[in-house]
Every structure is written in structure tokens, then in C-alpha cells.
Design a protein around this ligand. Structure first.
Ligand code: ATP
Ligand code: MG
Length: 640
């Protein structure tokens, strides 16, 4: 990875044009996809903060992701599925993928699913989940994918929110070789929900026995047989027709249901595949995310396929059978672009580094990471282990594609450690002082990261069924300014690179000093025996707030010994003193085996903070392992 260099003039000019000459810029990008009816207006800004992209145009996501490649390159690989959970593999060409999608679409239509109807997808990482998503957008149905394995309560609330006519699910998922039955969770969720879907389409993987509800539950395999030769024409949709709804991770509170359009999303993703990821049609793209998250929607399913790339869909853990599995897949399928998350890399960091060196990674050009701040120790470690550029991307479920990144396709900008880079085309990123609401124009000033109206194509249209909440939540933080708030805190340096310091909620105020939890976490993570750490601000009668750290040690073998713990704690405090000053020193550093995270792998700092302050942690429906929070509760309640 090369070191700091000023932002290249070529890209700044492109970015500048994407803002100042928005209409021409995005009209050019729109040529990346096929339109049944050309649009008459690039962006309708008559009703801010809402924006409607490519008004009057008609297109279809499935046509652009599948049909046109099945027409032009029918034999090219489209979907490569590998499961180390069930030891299965399947490869579909674009022609084969189209056939499966048409079969699925025919099944949906036979159940009365049509344009505007919602279909909830509650599935493990299997090809049928992707057939279902593509079949929905093919016929204009709106999919709502819920991460497989979410508990009945959270699934029930999503059923009530989406009001699906049909649910697509499977008997079970599998995690680390352990079968996770989905059907009982789904049945319970439907029982809890007010809304009752008319039908439930079950993909039986033969992993777990299932009870069938007569008149409601349908068997996918049997229906597929009936529709083997199905031909289902795409439904040409208004560019502004919703394609899907998807929930945010729930890191800062109750998840928000993001609604996405059709044409703007297709254009933005197609552009990002070239401009950000520099992928080429015919190559293989590997995103290690899950279809339940936005990265899965944009960069497992739609982005790569829109761009004519094959998508590698992996069901399994990064460490099973061993930590070489991802790299083995890269070698076997000649992956050129890979996308993962810092949280997954930290898992590998705890494993044998040699595992990363065992395979020929010559096909791979870069590893992109997003989802959480990428701390320098993790970035340096994975970059050295792979010998590849590591590129941080900053974005949100709401935006659908990166806000900050490096524009690979335009020119070779260099990355700066700790920075996800510069605003991507169409994003007019501004920093505002939270207290005064003033725009921060100078270098290295800390402020709330905002995007000026309108958001570029591909971003959320609104909150599903709740325009008022959309306006109030995202567009009301800076009085007098038409800006979207990310609720993240950042700085911009003199070269125009941005650094994300964490959530606005995660700012700690110690005796009048404002500190980002990220800065303290980064200092702690540089200790050789720290694998992961969470820092939260806890109310303190003397200082206002103090920092409290919870760390996972790489080698925890000696940590049941109190003296060893104390010694490590002291070393870490010294490190923070040295890096940031004593003001940032955590009041305590405690050691745990597991940190509370959302199912998408994000640290639940607000829950840790609440528990430390003896408060109710609030909505925990997206927590991965509740015992991690319980351990912390017991720790902080116990006498010192
Ligand atoms: P919720 O909005 O429900 O609280 P969430 O914000 O975690 O959940 P996501 O949309 O999954 O939901 O995550 C987006 C957030 O993740 C960003 O707002 C930011 O805080 C964080 N994030 C994503 N990528 C990066 C990155 N590269 N660097 C720093 N933070 C990042
Ligand atoms: Mg968020």
C-alpha cells in the first residue's frame, strides 16, 4: 500500500462535475444500464428532501443484472456458490441463472404476487435466496430480506412492517457445522405478527425436519418442477418504483426500514463497480457479507451481476475448516475483487497468519473493507499478510453504496491509513459543528459528516411507510440547511481525505475534552496482545464522563490470573497515555472473551454504555450473542 499523497486533480475534477453538473454527469452514468423507456428528467428536486432519479424512465433491475448478460454472454459464470457448511457447490451461468429466476418468478406469480406486493426473504446463504430476490424485482414485487436466523420477535416486527403477501424461507441455516432450524422461528414469528402472509415458500435443504401448515406452506422443489420451462417477461418499472426495503443494523437504536428505488440504484451500482471497485465483466467478485445486509444486497447480488461479473456466494465461517478458506476460494475461482468487513478481519487476526500465505492470490487486486472504522493495526496486519492494497469504504445501509472511498476506475489515488478516502461521485460531503450548526470549512476540524441535498442516485428514497420519520431523522439536524446527517463524526485533512471518528453518540466528554471512542480504541488496539476493543463513555460525577474499555486479548491464557490482568491493564493505560494523553486514559480496561455485537458484526457500544451506567440497554433485537452483554453487566456490578 502506498502512502499519503494529495488527492489527484483528475478525480477532484470528476467529483466536482458530479455535483456542479449533476444532470449531465448522471445522464452519462445512466447509459451503463438498459432502459425500456428513456427518462425525461435526471433528477426531480421539486420536493426536498425527497429526490426522484431518472423520472419517466422505465427499467428493471433483473433485466440489467441477468437477462442482458444471458443474451450477450449466456455461458459466462454468474453465480458461484460454495458451502463449507453442507459441503456443496453449484455454479450457474447467466443463462442458467435466468432460467432459475424465471422459475422462481413463475412460482411467485402463481401465488398471486405482483407489482408492489412485498415478499419477505428469510434465508441462509443459498442460491435460492438470490433467485428469490431477482425474481421479485423482475416482476416488480418489493423484497424485504431479513437476516437468516434472526429471532422470532425481530422477524415478527419486520413482517408487520413489510406486510408481505409471501415469505420465502428454508428449513434451516448452518453455522460452524451446527444446524440452525429456521422454520420454527418463522412459524413463531408469524404467530406473533399481526399480519399473516398468505403463503410461505419453503426451500427444503434436508437439514432439519419441518412441520407444514396446510394451505399456507408450499414446497419450492415441487413447484419448481411444475415451472421448469417458465417464461416470465420482466415488468418494466418506473425508475422511481421501490425495489426493496432493508433495515439498518440497529447499532444505535431501533432499526430503520430503508426504501430503495429501481433506476437510481441500478445506475449508481453499475457506476460504482467500475469507478470504485475497478471490476471487469467476466471476472469474479467475492463479498464475504450476507444477503441480509446492505453489502450483500449491493455487492453480493446486484452490483457484480449488473456489471456482468460472477458473484461468489459463500456459506460458511472464515475460519472453518481453517483460516485459509477465503484465500483458497480466491485462488480456485480467480477472484479479482474482494469485499469484507474489519470485524471479519479481526477474526482472522486471532488465527494462524500462515494460513493467509498458503494460496496463490495473484488474481486478487484489492481487498475492500467497510462497515466499521478500520483501525490502523488491523489494516496494517491484513495488508502485510496478503501483500495487497486494503481499501476502506465508508457508507451506510441508507446510502446503498460508498460515500467515501477511492475512485479506482478514474485514476490511481493512493490511500491514507485510517481514512476511507474522499467523497464518491454525487456526494457533496460537508462537516458541521454539532453545537453551533456551522459548516466547518477548515482542515482538521471535527464535525458531523453530512451530505448536501440531493443524495445521489441509489440512496434511500424514504423510510418505508414513514416519510415524516425520514425527514425528521435524517434532514433536521442542521437548522436552516438542507443536509442529510450520517450521525457519524469526522474530520477532513488538507488533502481532502476524510477520517471517520465514530458515531456522534460515541463522543466522550472527559472534563470538557471531546474524544472519539475510535481514537482511544485505536490506541488500545495497537497493543500486541489486543485483538479487539470497545470503548464507551460512562457518566462520572467528577469528570462528566470517563472512558471505559472492554478488550478481547489475543492470548487470554493468563487472564484468569488477577495480577496478569492488572499488569496488562496497566500496560494498555500507559499506551493510551503515550498516544493520546492521560485525559483519554480509560478508567478501567477489562478483559472479556466476546464483545456485544449486532448480527452484522458491529460493536454495540450504546448497549455496553447503558449497562455500565446501570440503564436499560434498549432495543436489543439485533444482538448476536446476548451472553456477551450479560458478562459485562456482571463485571461492572461486581465490586472492583
Ligand atoms: P443503525 O443505523 O440502526 O444504528 P448502523 O448505523 O450500524 O445501525 P449500518 O447502515 O449497517 O447500520 O452501518 C452504517 C454505519 O457503520 C455508519 O454510519 C458508520 O457509523 C459505520 N461505518 C461503516 N463503514 C465505516 C467505515 N469505513 N469507517 C467507519 N465507520 C463506518
Ligand atoms: Mg446508522
Amino acid at each position: 500500500m502506498s502512502l499519503a499523497a494529495p488527492l489527484s486533480p483528475a478525480y477532484s475534477a470528476v467529483h466536482q462535475r458530479s455535483i456542479s453538473d449533476r444532470e449531465t454527469y448522471w445522464a452519462e452514468q445512466a447509459a451503463r444500464i438498459e432502459w425500456d423507456t428513456p427518462f425525461s428528467q435526471v433528477c426531480d428536486t421539486s420536493n426536498p428532501p425527497f429526490a426522484r432519479w431518472f423520472v419517466g424512465g422505465r427499467t428493471n433491475l433483473c433485466h440489467n443484472a441477468v437477462d442482458r448478460h444471458a443474451r450477450d454472454t449466456p455461458g459466462a459464470q454468474a453465480l458461484i456458490w460454495v458451502s463449507t457448511e453442507t459441503h456443496q457447490e453449484r455454479i450457474y451461468s447467466f443463462a442458467e441463472l435466468l432460467r432459475e429466476v424465471e422459475r422462481m418468478a413463475a412460482i411467485l406469480q402463481a401465488q398471486g404476487v405482483g407489482q408492489g406486493d412485498r415478499v419477505l426473504v428469510y434465508m441462509p446463504m443459498v442460491p435460492e435466496a438470490i433467485f428469490a430476490m431477482l425474481a421479485c424485482v423482475r416482476i416488480g414485487a418489493i423484497h424485504s430480506v431479513v437476516f437468516g436466523g434472526f429471532a422470532s420477535g425481530s422477524l415478527a416486527s419486520r413482517i408487520d412492517d413489510a406486510q408481505p403477501k409471501l415469505v420465502v424461507s428454508a428449513d434451516a441455516g448452518s453455522r460452524g457445522g451446527k444446524v440452525v432450524p429456521y422454520k420454527p422461528l418463522l412459524d413463531e414469528a408469524i404467530r406473533l405478527a399481526q399480519h399473516k402472509p398468505a403463503s410461505v415458500l419453503m426451500v427444503d435443504r434436508g437439514l432439519a425436519p419441518m412441520e407444514t401448515v396446510p394451505g399456507r406452506d408450499l414446497d419450492y422443489a415441487a413447484l419448481r418442477e411444475q415451472h421448469l420451462d417458465a417464461k416470465v417477461p420482466v415488468v418494466w418499472l418506473e425508475s422511481t418504483a421501490p425495489s426493496y426495503t432493508l433495515y439498518t443494523s440497529g447499532t444505535t437504536g431501533k432499526p430503520k426500514g430503508v426504501q430503495r428505488d429501481t433506476g437510481g440504484y441500478a445506475v449508481a451500482l453499475a457506476a460504482s463497480m467500475e469507478q470504485i471497485y475497478a471490476g471487469k465483466p467476466g471476472e469474479v467478485y467475492f463479498s464475504t457479507s450476507d444477503i441480509g445486509w446492505v453489502v450483500g444486497h449491493s455487492y453480493i447480488v446486484y452490483g457484480p451481476l449488473l456489471h456482468g461479473m460472477a458473484t461468489l456466494v459463500y456459506e460458511g465461517l472464515p475460519t472453518r475448516p481453517d483460516a485459509a478458506i477465503w484465500w483458497q476460494l480466491v485462488e480456485r475461482f480467480k477472484v479479482t475483487v474482494m469485499f469484507s468487513a474489519p470485524t471479519a478481519v479481526r477474526v482472522l487476526k486471532k488465527a494462524d497468519p500462515e494460513a493467509l500465505k498458503r494460496h496463490d492470490l495473484s488474481s486478487l487486486r484489492a481487498l475492500f473493507l467497510a462497515g466499521e472504522p478500520l483501525d490502523e493495526p488491523t489494516a496494517t496486519w491484513i495488508s502485510a499478510a496478503l501483500g495487497k492494497p486494503i481499501i476502506d469504504n465508508y457508507w451506510q445501509t441508507e446510502t446503498g453504496w460508498p460515500i467515501l472511498g477511492l475512485a479506482n476506475g478514474v485514476d490511481a489515488q493512493t490511500s491514507k491509513f485510517g481514512s476511507p478516502g474522499v467523497p464518491m461521485p454525487g456526494y457533496s460531503v460537508k462537516l458541521f459543528d454539532e453545537a453551533s450548526g456551522e459548516e466547518l470549512l477548515g482542515g482538521n476540524q471535527k464535525g458531523v459528516v453530512c451530505v448536501e441535498y440531493p443524495l445521489p442516485p441509489g440512496c434511500m428514497q424514504t423510510i418505508w411507510q414513514d416519510d415524516a420519520r425520514f425527514v425528521k431523522t435524517y434532514w433536521s439536524s442542521i437548522p436552516g440547511r438542507q443536509v442529510y446527517s450520517t450521525f457519524d463524526w469526522g474530520i477532513r485533512d488538507a488533502d481532502g481525505y476524510h477520517f471517520i471518528l465514530g458515531r456522534t453518540d460515541d463522543v466522550i466528554n472527559v472534563a470538557g475534552h471531546r474524544l472519539g471512542t475510535r481514537e482511544i480504541e485505536e490506541a488500545i488496539a495497537s497493543h500486541p496482545n489486543v485483538a479487539e476493543v470497545a470503548v464507551v463513555g460512562v457518566a462520572d460525577s467528577l469528570k462528566g464522563q470517563v472512558a471505559m474499555a472492554f478488550a478481547v486479548a489475543k492470548d487470554s491464557s493468563r487472564l484468569d490470573d488477577e495480577a496478569a490482568c492488572k499488569a496488562l491493564e496497566a500496560e494498555i493505560m500507559k499506551l493510551v497515555d503515550g498516544n493520546l494523553g492521560a485525559v483519554a486514559r480509560p478508567a478501567r480496561v477489562r478483559f472479556v472473551n466476546l464483545l456485544p455485537k449486532t448480527r452484522s458484526g458491529k460493536l454495540l457500544r450504546r448497549a455496553i454504555q447503558a449497562v455500565c451506567e446501570g440503564r436499560d440497554p434498549g432495543d436489543l433485537t439485533t444482538i448476536d450473542d446476548p451472553s456477551s452483554l450479560e458478562t459485562i453487566r456482571q463485571m461492572v456490578q461486581a465490586p472492583r
